[in-house]
Design a protein around this ligand. Structure first.
Ligand code: PMV
Length: 319
């Protein structure tokens, strides 16, 4: 018997960093890239993991327990209370670039959790997958807001507001609202090719905030208003309004010191190539930027971004 599961990548449209301070953020699934997991019964003793993208071919118990993939399986074992796992063969493939803000870790966890649950007849709801993935994200990424696991679990655009920290709060990190897209729109995503740990930019922003809370709270408020307005524009079927909101959001992220020369160059390039607006996306300092485009110029904008140094681009439609 073989059980398969797949989960998409994601990208943040608005609200990164401010989301850590309780302001809303918007994110969408990116289905052009995905993590795919196959779980099958095996005649070989043990639980064998085959993840060629990260050069991993190993039996579970030979891996350190905090290994990102091993920790998902161990924690799932604990959650499902399966006393003894059968012999399994687990194949993990992902086309989501690692550490570039496309949610690769969350997607592997979601797909692996669902594939294991289905294979072992353990019934699990989306809410439980989301909460479980949030716990795994916390093991590897410090204090994530919860937006990654949420958008990847539901595979729909989400409007997300983080819960205030509380030791006894269970769940996936925040309030999630899915919303309707009034009219489809097109986004070009471009990767600077520079991997920049989100943890670092998040802690740099924290340092700024600690030194002058009222100044940075005002910036977070402005970003929160942008997310709120953007959601209304998307629901009302007026995606063209998102361009200016992206430009404003990018300027505020520059103030927060999380942009970089490379990101700024790609953001400018997209605008000069006819995009309606553009901004960095995710933790910043590297990783990805996004641009809102009319569908007919998507290819041209993508080409300009590559000429300006983007390592990879994805054109995605938000439906
Ligand atoms: O770099 P990404 O796409 O994983 O996004 C990070 C988003 C932040 O708001 C900076 C941090 C967070 O946990 O939400």
């Amino acid at each position: 018997m073989m059980t398969k599961s797949s989960a998409p990548g994601k990208i943040i449209l608005f609200g990164e960093h401010a989301v850590v301070y309780g302001r809303p953020a918007l994110a969408i699934p990116v289905t052009q890239v995905h993590a795919d997991v196959d779980v099958s019964d095996s005649s070989r003793a043990g639980i064998w993991i085959d993840a060629p993208d990260v050069n991993l071919h190993a039996e579970l118990n030979t891996l350190p327990s905090d290994h990102p993939i091993a920790s998902v399986i161990h924690n799932f074992l604990f959650l499902s209370r399966v006393s003894k796992f059968p012999n399994l063969e687990i194949k993990i493939n992902s086309t989501i670039p690692v550490a570039s803000g496309l949610g690769s870790g969350a997607a592997v966890t979601v797909a692996l959790t669902r594939a294991l649950a289905a294979h072992l007849d353990y019934s699990i709801t989306d809410e439980e997958v989301n909460a479980f993935t949030y716990e795994i994200e916390k093991l590897h990424h410090g204090t994530p807001s919860g937006i990654d696991n949420t958008v990847v679990t539901y595979a729909k655009p989400v409007y997300f507001i983080k819960h205030p920290p509380s030791p006894d709060r269970k769940g996936a990190g925040g309030e999630v609202e899915t919303f309707k897209v009034g009219q489809p729109f097109t986004i070009v995503i471009a990767d600077t090719g520079i991997s920049a740990p989100t943890k670092e930019s998040v802690s740099d922003v924290r340092r700024l905030w600690m030194n002058d809370k009222s100044r940075w709270e005002t910036v977070f408020d402005k970003i929160g208003e942008i997310s709120f307005t953007a959601r209304r524009a998307i629901e009302a079927g007026k995606p063209e309004l998102l361009g200016e909101l992206m430009n404003e959001n990018h300027a505020l992220l520059q103030k927060l010191t999380v942009s970089s020369l490379e990101l700024d160059r790609l953001v400018e390039t997209a605008r000069n190539a006819g995009a309606l607006g553009s901004k960095l996306s995710g933790g910043g300092r590297g990783g990805n930027m996004i641009a809102l485009v009319k569908p007919k110029i998507a290819e041209a904008v993508s080409l300009s971004l590559k000429e300006a140094g983007a390592k990879n681009t994805i054109i995605t439609q938000v439906l």
